[in-house]
Design a protein around this ligand. Structure first.
Ligand code: URP
Ligand code: ZN
Ligand code: ZN
Length: 461
């Protein structure tokens, strides 16, 4: 039987191991995996790993934030995704009070549809809780958005939720099979420490870290877990940055709380000494990058499964945008580019440096995100019947990271000069190449909004 496209001679990777086989695609899906398959077209993959496309569940493209708009829009952000081997991302539709969440979703769909070259989904970010918001939860989940986001900070953005809001949202979303992601930081503690820094005349980007010590995250993580436990809800901790927070997650897991955690490459590979550089403000994000001991603890959590997802929190600001801080750390546009480097950094620093194996990497980047966020088994796996989202990955290719070679609009890179071994060379989204031999060949509009199922369970470990 002939297929549209056969990926020939690569090592097909799954969380149960590596198999040398051909992978055949018909239309948009994987039709067969086996020996000696033939197709109208062939992609040669000898010497390459054949991976499921990575899924980045945390991006902020063209986000109005901190007095500006993040610099990678949906068209360019999805191009950066494709170049980095990410075939699905999940961004946020943030409710602009008093308008509804449904309106925020429609606005975000209008911005992304027709622009993206890889597939995408949306989380619905709740910025208030009342009867009208409660009434939206069930229909939003039924329409393919089973995951919500709430912020324990960002009062000035109008995004902050109270503990009571969080309790109600966790209880209601659980009734419909949904999950709530939280940005967990203590507003009270940060406000206190910022006021003390002001009193003491402390200045500079490093004060961003000084005024947000580990407890400002771990206290909020513990609180959110306690609230989820009482509400009987499913909780997802986004961009977790500290070892202390991981302890709270592990305590919650031992008590049987339905809690899940994400961290990102920046928390694993960058530390807060960088804030002392002249360009230290480029590294500012919330929560801040931390200490080497936190990095080690997070790597351990990724290896043993207590941290289930790696995602980037991509929120790109150029050096001109970052310069808006004018020396005041509270005015730095918060966020960094990331999506393009998720897979190469995880492979090189995680698998290459033996912090975990390839199977565990696939759980963190593909399977767990797909299961937890309602995409499994359509995405996150190379299985017959799944979408043909496939990455040919050269495990030997050595690259020194430079912003000049990346698709992001960012004119610097937090990982500038880092040497990695292993790079995605070809990316297919639903059977069609969007990157071929490291050249972008995709098209705006090829990517689709993916309606997701209510979240399932990722296998831990
Ligand atoms: O500083 C960050 N992380 N910017 C993006 C918004 C958020 O909090 O995730
Ligand atoms: Zn956040
Ligand atoms: Zn974020």
């Amino acid at each position: 039987m002939s297929y549209d496209l056969v990926i020939h001679g690569g090592m097909i990777a799954s969380s149960s191991g590596l198999t040398r086989a051909d992978l055949a695609i018909r239309g948009e899906t994987i039709a067969a995996i086996g020996a000696d398959l033939e197709g109208r077209e062939t992609l040669e993959a000898s010497g390459k790993l054949v991976l499921p496309g990575a899924i980045d569940v945390h991006t902020h493209f063209q986000l109005p934030f901190c007095g500006t708009v993040s610099a990678d829009d949906f068209a360019n952000g999805s191009k950066a995704a494709a170049m980095g081997g990410v075939t699905t991302f999940i961004d946020f539709a943030i409710q602009a009070k008093p308008a509804s969440i449904t309106e925020a979703i429609a606005r975000r769909r209008a911005e992304a549809d027709g622009q993206v070259c890889v597939d995408y989904g949306l989380h619905a970010a709740l910025t208030e809780w009342n009867a009208a918001r409660q009434a939206e939860i069930g229909p939003i989940i039924a329409a393919g958005i089973p995951t919500f986001k709430m912020f324990m900070i960002y009062k000035s953005q109008g995004w902050q939720s109270t503990d009571a809001d969080l309790f109600c949202a966790l209880r209601e979303t659980a009734r419909h099979g949904g999950m709530v992601g939280v940005h967990a930081e203590s507003d009270d503690l940060i406000n206190l420490l910022q006021a003390e820094a002001e009193r003491d005349g402390l200045k500079g980007a490093y004060i961003h870290a000084v005024t947000r010590p580990a407890v400002t995250e771990s206290e909020a993580v513990a609180r959110a877990i306690n609230i989820a436990e009482a509400a009987g809800g499913r909780l997802y901790i986004v961009h977790m940055s500290t070892g202390a927070s991981l302890e709270r997650v592990e305590d919650g897991l031992l008590r049987g709380v339905d809690v899940h955690a994400e961290t990102g490459p920046h928390y694993l590979l960058l530390d807060d000494e960088l804030f002392k550089r002249a360009d230290g403000h480029h590294f500012a994000t919330c929560p801040p990058i931390r200490k080497p001991a936190d990095q080690e603890r997070l790597w351990e959590g990724l290896g043993n499964g207590s941290v289930e997802v790696l995602a980037t929190d991509t929120c790109t600001f150029t050096s001109a945008q970052k310069a808006m801080w004018q020396g005041d750390y509270r005015k730095i546009p918060m966020g960094m580019p990331g999506i393009e480097l998720l897979l190469p950094l995880t492979y090189s620093k995680g698998v290459g440096e033996r912090r975990f194996d390839l199977a565990q990497m696939l759980k963190l980047l593909c399977e767990n995100p797909a299961r937890l966020f309602g995409l499994w088994p359509r995405k996150g796996t190379l299985s017959v019947g799944s979408d043909a989202d496939v990455v040919l990955f050269d495990p030997k290719l050595q690259v020194t990271i430079s912003h000049r070679d990346l698709a992001t609009h960012c004119d610097y890179n937090p990982f500038e000069g880092t040497r990695v071994t292993g790079w995605p060379v070809t990316t297919l989204v639903r059977g069609r190449p969007v990157v071929r031999d490291r050249k972008f060949v995709g098209q705006a509009g090829h990517g689709r909004f993916i309606a997701r199922e209510p979240a399932g369970f990722a296998e831990r470990g």
